[in-house]
Design a protein around this ligand. Sequence first.
Ligand SMILES: C[S@@+](CC[C@H](N)C(=O)[O-])C[C@H]1O[C@@H](n2cnc3c(N)ncnc32)[C@H](O)[C@@H]1O
Length: 238
Amino acid sequence: MTPEPPGALPADGLPRPNRDSRRPLPDSTTKSFDRIAQPYRFVEWCTFGGALQRTRTAHIAQLDDCRRILILGEGDGRFLQRLCARNPRAEIHVVERSARMIQLARRRARNASGATFFEADALTHPLNGPYDAVVTAFFLDCFEGEELNRLLARLTASCAPSCTWLYADFHSGRSYWSRLRNGTWIWLLYRAFGLTTDIRARRLADPLPTLAAFGWRLVDEVWQRGGLLRSAHLQLHG
Ligand SMILES: C[S@@+](CC[C@H](N)C(=O)[O-])C[C@H]1O[C@@H](n2cnc3c(N)ncnc32)[C@H](O)[C@@H]1O
């Protein structure tokens, strides 16, 4: 019998008790994304229509030939579902801390036979690279400062040469007026997530300069909603 990778959920999708004290799982007393998992899609649609999903998937075609893909903070499975429809042969590792989000993703992405879910903290979960691609959609905004830099360094270390990184997130704006407008949206979002989830970040960091310092080259960018939403395709050099 092949041993299960560390942290993988069993085939029935039901989490087992956490026996590894180095990787504490969120429990129902913390404000993880569990609480907002169910209404997440509806609230997103009410605030941004289809713009976030267009941003998430803007560069998805870049993953068509990738064999090993790491998705961090997948959420409720809308990216995964599209990815599996396009590239059913890929081996996909999903690291997601919210058990409820994983449940929804499993249900939505029934076609995800190549996906393994790890209910775990991406900051500490041992990564089983090398990966051909990394996907972070509206995930890196949960981190800032040293924590974010350490995460980016860990991820880069688990990537194969020429690895692809699909990044989607909010952006604080490039002109005075867009900074004012985007800043208001971002402030509201951090207030809302600060009240309903356990994210520690309180401001939006731009991870692309750090990724550039780690050898990632920007291949293409797509902007939506007047520069509030950015989707980037990056490639590792070296
Ligand atoms: C803002 S949601 C984004 C979800 C989805 N990727 C999207 O595009 O909407 C952030 C997701 O990251 C997960 N998450 C937050 N911190 C995490 C961590 N330290 N490790 C793993 N997942 C985490 C949350 O549970 C949530 O599903």
